[in-house]
Design a protein around this ligand. Structure first.
Ligand SMILES: [Zn+2]
Length: 191
């Protein structure tokens, strides 16, 4: 998956306005506070891109600064070792769950948005092969990795997962509209 799709999927599933907010009443924004921007969308989006942002992202910035940025995945031999090291750390399930736990302690009400980070790793596991950045999700306990199918390069796969993300967002939006209508209907009836 591309980095923006990781962020968008995380926000659609784990923000307070997303699927988890719909499923869990305690996490959902109370109706009287619904008008402002739901900043857990931004938190979940950020959590969803953390693994790639703090590995490939640094390298992308470095290439832009050095004016040698080329669109697309860089060749393995051209990538500095710090990218492999940071990729290993950010794509470890242990690091991701530690990040979620720290947020759960510090920010009690919005920590579920951080679940977008382990979700990113789960999505990467089947989509990265041994040939190019397999997902080291068991690090530091084991360096065993799944030899997945790198389908992301195919346009129809990208179109497919973006369609799923858009459908999830449309479903959530529709659900919120129905909830609002129901509330207005019962308010009118009782008023
Ligand atoms: Zn990744």
């Amino acid at each position: 998956m591309d980095i923006v799709a990781h962020g968008a999927l995380g926000a659609a599933l784990f923000s307070r306005s997303g699927v988890l907010g719909l499923m869990c009443r305690r996490y959902r924004i109370p109706a009287e506070r619904c008008k402002g921007f739901d900043w857990t969308i931004a938190v979940a989006f950020f959590a969803g891109i953390i693994p790639d942002l703090f590995s490939f992202g640094f390298y992308a910035v470095q290439r832009v600064v050095n004016s040698n940025y080329v669109f697309g995945p860089p060749g393995l031999k051209t990538i500095p070792s710090y990218v492999f090291q940071s990729y290993t750390i950010t794509h470890s399930m242990l690091t991701a769950l530690a990040g979620v736990l720290i947020c759960a302690i510090l920010f009690k009400s919005v920590w579920p948005a951080m679940l977008a980070w382990p979700l990113h790793i789960l999505c990467d596991i089947p989509l990265h092969s041994h040939a190019y950045f397999p997902t080291p999700f068991l690090y530091p306990f084991s360096d065993w990795v799944v030899d997945g199918f790198p389908l992301v390069k195919k346009l129809w796969v990208a179109a497919g997962y973006w369609m799923i993300i858009i459908l999830i967002c449309a479903f959530v939006h529709l659900h919120h509209v129905v909830i609002k209508w129901k509330k207005r209907f019962w308010a009118k009836k009782s008023g």
